[in-house]
Design a protein around this ligand. Structure first.
Ligand code: COA
Length: 178
């Protein structure tokens, strides 16, 4: 009888033609840190994060990759095997309502190739078909034109503007009865 305990677990959440979304592994950590400390990438997302905090959070995720049902996960570019983004679904309370937020973050070197749209579309399907959600939202900085384009391209519509804790204004894009 084959003992299966030494078989590497399948970390893949979903695949698109060019990208793979999968749970965090230790070798992903430097790329994820580079992403979240980049001032341009984080400009509309609260600014660069503390490296020590990122190291702790990503190490915890790599040590227990199945711990969270809702999270951001590394995006692997299939052709290079490099981690070029961090995308996923988060549970968030927005103006007193529990929402599922679709989040997409792509490394600057890969902007403009359609990767965010490709991953957002796949995550939308995953949220609706696999997890059974009927409503998804995206919170977009009014100055973040690229992010707004992605939300609209996957069929989201502007519902209203909301004020986040801390005072930032965000456009709430919504996909209803998905
Ligand atoms: C927003 C982001 C994810 C878009 O990633 P991307 O892979 O470059 O997006 P895509 O290539 O799929 O392009 C999506 C659309 O945005 C447009 N776009 C891209 N960059 C743009 C820019 N700087 N200004 C205006 N439009 C832009 C593209 O032209 C495309 O629209 P089109 O098909 O109508 O031409 C990426 O810029 C990013 O990671 N930004 C930092 C993190 C962030 O702000 N995430 C959003 C949080 S809600």
């Amino acid at each position: 009888m084959k003992v299966t305990s030494d078989v590497e677990p399948n970390l893949t959440i979903l695949e698109t033609p060019r990208l793979r979304l999968r749970r965090t592994r230790h070798p992903d950590i430097p790329s994820l840190i580079a992403l979240w400390t980049d001032p341009e990438v984080t400009r509309h997302m609260g600014g660069p994060r503390e490296e020590s905090l990122l190291t702790r959070v990503f190490t915890e995720a790599a040590e227990d990759p199945f711990a969270e049902r809702y999270d951001l996960w590394p995006v692997e570019e299939k052709i290079t095997g490099e981690v070029i983004g961090d995308c996923g679904l988060l549970q968030k309370e927005i103006e007193g309502v529990n929402e599922i937020e679709l989040v997409y973050v792509i490394a600057r070197s890969r902007w403009g190739r359609g990767y965010a749209t490709e991953m957002a579309e796949a995550l939308k399907q995953y949220a609706v078909e696999t997890l059974g959600h009927k409503r998804l939202v995206a919170l977009v900085d009014p100055e973040n034109t690229a992010s707004e384009r992605v939300a609209k391209k996957i069929g989201m519509q502007l519902e209203k503007e909301v004020v986040r804790p801390g005072g930032d204004i965000r456009r709430l894009f919504v996909l209803e009865d998905a």
